[in-house]
Design a protein around this ligand. Structure first.
Ligand code: UD1
Length: 420
């Protein structure tokens, strides 16, 4: 099945939109459920491909997972680590998250190496290093990672880099069992605070998330219950940049403005009017923006790499030259070739994109090649003159819950076409 988005650009955007829970919170939360033998309900879940993949993993290992009316109900009482097969974990990158929880509960894990993805190599050496610090014996053999956690205890993990995934995996590995785990130079992303809150709600003992040092005191077991994760700050910010370039006024709710400061600051500098609300942001834009001298992606609270393509798309039609520096992933400028098809003037050299703003982008036939790059193309097409066709929609579906419905709510002329 081939799906395309057909967009007729040039309309100003206006309206209100509420985002669901953050993909990057819900994914580790689902993995975390493996540690409990009780039923857990996660509310406000997005219906996106990455969550469906994680649900498939839970079912494949013998748990149950049902997503109904936005609530995901998970029960891992009968989960069995022997059912984790190589093809299951090699096909889904997020499967790396199950390593920590499986080791915490079953003391043994055998998964295949998750491999790279569209935006970079994405090694997992820091995950493995962290597990070894907890006394877990890790053997890498023929693309498999075999972990023996019989002697698992607490330990001190000093991360070379504040990796989000490694921090989460090590937090979960330390959650069950004896001993205290300390993670230094931990990632400080809000989704890590959410994971801490979730673990503690279920009966775990984690402190310090949101700072560079996280302490995990092992407990005997986790319980069940219901939880509403953090709102999706990246989805919210994506819609804001689209309003920025198309022009108009909108209220995007469901995500806390204080978790989006780095992006809001750049939107203001480009000329958007931003008002912080309790539970979201109001934006007013004339659609005539100016360049932002330099944007450099950094770990939180710096500018998020997951918002790099969308702001580049916005600045592609702003007055003046912007410099975008990508520090997190080595291959995150692929989408710029597609923006160039729409008339953008962008030169990429290594980790820097030089964006010379043009008056207006024009509609074109473009291909989404990764999640956030794809979302950037949608936002660009909405602000562009004329019609665009975007292929590769499956990449966008990984992280946005029916992006065409969200933008249609804001008044964009966008529809999905399915060809067999
Ligand atoms: C998470 C987010 C992703 C976001 C990224 C950075 C989820 C599901 N995904 O990805 O959307 O773009 O954080 O904010 O939450 N690295 C290593 N070795 C490791 C681990 C990471 O070298 O063991 C490198 C990566 O290749 C990358 C950088 O560290 O260059 C950041 O990666 P990391 O913070 O781990 O990102 P993810 O957890 O994969």
């Amino acid at each position: 099945m081939n799906e395309k988005l057909i967009i007729s650009g040039g309309r100003r955007l206006e309206g209100e939109l509420r985002v669901t829970a953050a993909k990057n919170s819900v994914l580790p939360l689902i993995a975390c459920c493996i540690m409990s033998e009780e039923e857990i309900h996660i509310h406000n879940c997005p219906q996106i491909a990455d969550i469906f993949s994680m649900i498939d993993i839970i079912r494949a290992i013998g748990g149950s997972a049902e997503l109904k009316n936005g609530t995901l109900s998970v029960n891992c009482k009968y989960a069995n680590p022997q059912l984790v097969t190589a093809d299951l974990t090699s096909s889904i990158r997020s499967s790396v998250f199950i390593l920590g929880p499986i080791l915490a509960r079953f003391h043994y894990a055998d998964i295949s190496y998750p491999g790279g993805c569209e935006i970079g190599l994405r090694p997992i050496d820091l995950h493995i290093y962290g597990l070894k610090c907890l006394g877990i014996k890790v053997t890498e053999y023929g693309g498999m990672i075999i972990c023996d956690g019989d002697n698992k205890r607490g330990g001190v993990v000093e991360l070379d880099f504040p990796s989000v995934g490694a921090t989460e995996n090590i937090m979960m590995a330390g959650t069950l069992g004896s001993g205290v785990t300390v993670i230094r130079n931990a990632a400080r992303e809000p989704e890590i605070v959410d994971l801490q809150n979730f673990i503690n709600y279920l009966g775990g003992k984690v402190h310090g998330a949101g700072t560079g040092v996280i302490t995990v005191e092992g407990v005997k077991s986790l319980g069940g219950g219901e939880y509403t994760p953090l709102g999706d700050r990246i989805a919210a910010a994506t819609y804001l940049t689209a309003v920025g370039s198309a022009g108009g006024r909108a209220q995007i709710t469901g995500a806390q403005p204080e978790l989006m400061y780095a992006v809001l600051e750049k939107l203001k500098r480009a000329g958007c009017e931003i008002t912080e609300l309790n539970d979201g942001v109001r934006i007013v834009s004339s659609g005539k923006l100016h360049a932002v001298h330099k944007i450099e992606t950094q770990p939180f609270p710096g500018y998020p790499t997951d918002m790099q393509p969308q702001i580049t798309a916005m600045l592609a039609a702003a007055d003046g030259t912007s410099f975008i520096v990508e520090n997190m992933f080595e291959n995150r400028f692929k989408y710029t070739a597609q923006l160039i098809k729409m008339g953008a003037n962008i030169i990429v050299k290594d980790r820097v994109a030089v964006v010379k703003g043009v008056k207006k982008l024009s509609g074109a036939l473009v291909a989404a090649e990764d999640l956030r790059g794809g979302a950037a193309l949608v936002a660009a097409a909405i602000g562009a003159d004329g019609d665009s066709v975007i292929t590769g929609v499956r990449h966008i579906d990984r992280g946005y819950d029916k992006i065409e419905n969200a933008f249609a709510l804001l008044g964009a002329d966008i529809k999905r076409v399915i060809e067999n």
